[in-house]
Design a protein around this ligand. Sequence first.
Ligand SMILES: [Zn+2]
Length: 324
Amino acid sequence: MREVQTFRGPVAAGDLGTTLVHEHVFVGHPELDQNLPHPEWSEEAAIEGAVAGLERLWELGIHTVVDLTVLGLGRDVARVARVAERTRVQLIASTGYYTADVLPAYFQTHGPGRLVGGPDPLVGLFLRDIEEGIAGTGVRAGMLKVVTDRPGLTADVRRVMEAAATAHRRTGVPITTHTHAPSRNGRDQLALLRGLGVAPDRLVIGHCGDSEDLDYLRELMDAGATIGMDRFGMEHVLPDDRRVATVLALLSEGYAERMVLSHDAAFFSRVTPPSWRAAHVPHWHMENISRRIVPRLLEGGATQAQLHQLMVTNPARLLTPSVR
Ligand SMILES: [Zn+2]
């Protein structure tokens, strides 16, 4: 199967083009959105803004965007579908669960050996999202996402990773991660997922661009994993010039096949709303790589062939479902 699932159905991996592998269309929180609506949120305005933003990306040459908004981040695929049907950019949906520590109470009572029992609902959810479609939309997930943050591999974080590994082994859909770079916990993810039968080259260890520890980054790539240099514009975490320097250093050492570029940006997130982003991190948006980062990489000695590898070849290889 060389096809990749998008909001508009299957696409040949070779037709994905320049791809941003770690972005968010809308990050919300359904219960808060209902009870404590965000003053900057308007669904219609947000949809118009996202369509316009994606069309600008298309003009810049970005033809595919992976939306890594999974459960825990307010995933609403029906809402994103209203955006997808109006833009030329191919959007890819994802499945997984975003939790740094504990899952909601429902998951504590459901699953083997638990109060209500039954099979682990996470496994059923991930498989249904990938094989049949998400929440009745018919849109199938093209990527799995798991999270390890400051608390490390808690019992529930492990449980999400086990369910994701099961879904990966069955479907070949790649796994991408959120890490807390200062903890260097991509190592723990790699070890755990490997032990669960996930080949390192089917894995993107995300948020590695937050790290400047080249030994740590080399270790992940030497093991076969791809690292996500995926937060360009998040200058409140690390300035872009330092992110660029790390990518250039690793390119010069021959690691072009093991890195992908993205922003982890959103058209709307209630966590860091548009007014805050505009005031504090004006370059944190999905045009930053095309407009500011690619020119800096080229000035710093990167070649067009290397950029093609990072933004076209690597995403296509990763997104093509396969199990090794
Ligand atoms: Zn993200």
